[in-house]
Design a protein around this ligand. Sequence first.
Ligand code: F6R
Length: 611
Amino acid sequence: MCGIVGYVGNKKCRGFIIDGLKRLEYRGYDSAGFSCFAQSDYLESVKEVGSVKKLEQSLEKKSCDGFCGIGHTRWATHGVASQANAHPHFDCNRKIAVVHNGIIEGFEKIRNELIKLGHNFVSQTDTEVVPHLFEELLKEFELKDALKELVKKLDGAYSFVILNKDYEDRLILVRKKSPLVVGLSEEENFVASDFLAFSDKTQNVVFLPDESITVLRKDKIEIFDFSGNKLNVEAQKIDHKFNDVSKQGFEHYMLKEIYEQKQAINKTISFFSLIENLWGQLGLTTEQVKKLKKINLIAAGTSWHACRIAQFFIEKYCKIPAQIYLASEFRYMPFFRQDDSIFIFVSQSGETADSLEALRLVKSFGVPTIALTNVVSSTMVREADGYLHMQAGPEISVASTKAFSTQLASLFWLSNKIAEQKSLMTDVEMKKAENDLFIAAEILESSIENYKVKITGQLAPFYSKYEKFIFLGRHISYPFSMEAALKLKEISYIFAQCYPAGELKHGPIALIDEKTPIVLFSVLDELIYQKIVSNAQEVKARNGHLLVFAFEGQEELINLADNCFILPRVNPMLVPLAMTGLMQFFVYQITKLLGCPIDKPRNLAKSVTVE
Ligand code: F6R
């Protein structure tokens, strides 16, 4: 979603800002803009709908550059993607420019008041109230007091960077909930919504505290709380560089990431097993782990599906209940504090606004919080009491693939580790669990190879003609069917509905017709497998078309299928992990035939930083 990059120093800023925006591009955006102090009396700016490349080309034509500037990539929330709605936004005299991430709640009221006072608005955005309100406040207050008044009037979660023509030597940074990070260097300083934007310039960073106002000059940083009190915030060293991730010969990042899964899982598990003080890093004592009575997991989207599957791991191995929450719903439900419980927040990016808000809520009740993320420098890792860092490597394609499978592997491993600590499992059994994971990761990859030709040549052309699908699963394969349906919807735009297979006869069976293929995911639990066979029979009895993901030896099911994938048998808890690669590859190939922009599906962003 939206990205902010800013610079103040003794070099021209345009090149750095464009470069920084390009590093944040993969998060998703629809327009981009730049502004700086140049020679004229007003702030110069260029905005473009579309790519940062387009912005770069327009800036070259205008030779717009300066020693202090800001850039932004926008993902539309208030108002369509247009030049007028792109950031920066300005006051009436074009002396104040603002780039903003997040949402200003209740901005319409402020906007109407400002219009009554004669302010001229040119966009539909919530952001535009900020420069106009600041302009108004500066008529009455000096800079610092105007900023204090400004934040008093703004609700929501936001971070913004302000240029003010009367103070050409500085950037003003304001942060409430949305992240902002400053990079400190010799005679130049940087700011961005993600430190990857400047990670090749400096590793010396200051993560700005929540509810803070910062004045950043080329050789000075001053941080205040919202009441104007000075804050002392230590800089920290981050040895995490931006890897310029290329497609390495693959046609899409998604395909490359599908093929990276085995390695990502193996690397993550090997990395976890070398952590010396695992419970300490998770913010727990061994006593707390032994006494655990309940584990809660909170996430969004694909990460939530991983949690739904992990519920089966926790309840089987740790023998305690697991409760899974959608982050966007959790905050609005009553909170029942329970002793001897923990909350694990699962997020690829560690920046998902809904999950972060849920984390803050849980923390306020004093219950231990753990972040499981793929980005160690993320807000979630900083704010949680403890963390586990997956080693999936940068995931660029918007549709999550290797992060999902690595989340599954991580949560399986952690459940076993907790069980071992609770003396429910021996160290030999723990080793076997790790080995089972490596086997499932191997099958995830080899099954793609086994069916690659059939999928590309036969199955994808056949199934890409359908306009809707029903996905069915049971027990541990039900949440997996949710993930499969989401993958198909988000990248191919084909409608897919998932159901627990046992629910078919309670209503959805009415949908079965020749126009709607049924995709059924099997399990390896013998009792539940038999129920799945009955569900397959229900489909066939109504002349439904059945595509089945089955396992070796499941002849009854295989014989009922119109088309079938047969995988080697694995630990029954790892059925979803084993099926993941094949399911993703199948969806990928359908989407490719339909000609959709696989890595950047319409309307989606990689990092969902607004609620
Ligand atoms: C779908 C997808 C999203 C994310 C969701 C949460 O392929 O990637 O559903 O899973 O937006 O994101 P994270 O995991 O970064 O919190």
